[in-house]
Design a protein around this ligand. Structure first.
Ligand code: PAF
Length: 281
């Protein structure tokens, strides 16, 4: 596996490749990322992973500085997973001049849910993903469903800018107690780690109720929110949406997704469960 730090070396290494499968990451890799690399291997070759903590997608006071940088350990995991090339640029390599051109995703997607609590976040994600796709020029790019809203933003980015890449979604990997794997789980103290599984549990209760015929979605979400708050969480949102659009479900919605974001102490966790319902009518 090759480790490359500059855009020039990346272009040289990938010259002539037409079947590249790409997994963009911010590093601090866990088994969820490894599963995305394994998925990428089924879609193309060479498999390229990027490791870049993108300052543009972090707001003031967020965890950009403390986000763990673990390049050596990440490279070992990527090599074992069958990655062929790692692109790990410095900030100045990706942003040699101030990034005054940015991608602005539409408000209904980018200022809703996580976007309402992290202004500018999805613009930062869309901008860096566009740059990374331009640099790597993959045939396929793989993103985790754990960041469900991000996945939809990227699908729209690719569609509306006619980018010649297929987006593939990888399932969320979970710990034994149901907690979605995330780099940010490492911030949790021991008692918070035990408590953290409650977020997934609260979302699963909503899924079960909807499947059993409950249709008062607002009541379900506010009950889940209340239970989390009673257990000491600070809740940003719990919401049930159409999985294809992230808008409120309609009678035609075939797939739904229940999403939640909440804080345990100084750690913000997100999770979601998407599920088929036929339709709601
Ligand atoms: O999901 C992530 O790790 C990041 O948001 C991404 C897609 C690598 C862009 O920085």
């Amino acid at each position: 596996m090759r480790l490359i730090h500059t855009a020039n070396d990346l272009r040289a290494a990938l010259a002539g490749q037409t079947g590249t499968a790409f997994v963009p990451t911010m590093g601090n890799l866990h088994p969820g990322h490894v599963s995305l690399v394994e998925l990428a291997r089924q879609y193309g070759q060479p498999v390229v992973a990027s490791i870049f903590v993108n300052p543009l997608q972090f707001g003031v006071g967020e965890d950009f500085e403390r986000y763990p940088r673990t390049l050596a350990a990440d490279c070992e995991k990527l090599a074992t997973a069958g990655c062929d090339l790692v692109f790990a640029p410095d900030v100045t390599e990706i942003y040699p001049v101030p990034q005054t051109f940015t991608v602005q995703p539409p408000d209904d997607l980018a200022s809703d849910l996580c976007g309402a609590f992290r202004p500018g976040h999805f613009s930062g994600v869309a901008t860096v993903v566009l740059k990374l796709l331009n640099l790597v020029q993959p045939r396929v790019a793989v993103f985790g469903k754990k960041d469900f809203q991000q996945l939809l933003v990227i699908r729209q980015l690719v569609r509306q800018f006619n980018l010649p890449v297929e987006i593939v979604a990888g399932d969320t990997l979970r710990e034994a107690d149901g907690l979605a794997m995330s780099s940010r789980n490492g911030y949790l103290g021991p008692s918070e780690r035990i408590e953290a599984a409650r977020l997934q549990g609260a979302l699963a209760v909503i899924v079960a109720a909807v499947r059993a015929g409950e249709r008062d979605f607002e009541a379900l979400c506010s009950t889940a929110s209340r239970h989390l708050k009673m257990a000491g969480w600070r809740v940003d949102y719990v919401a049930l949406r159409d999985a294809a659009t992230l808008q409120s479900p309609t009678p035609d919605s075939a797939r739904l997704v229940v999403l939640g974001a909440a804080w345990l102490g100084s750690t913000r966790l997100i999770d979601n469960i998407d599920f088929a319902l036929g339709n709601l009518a």
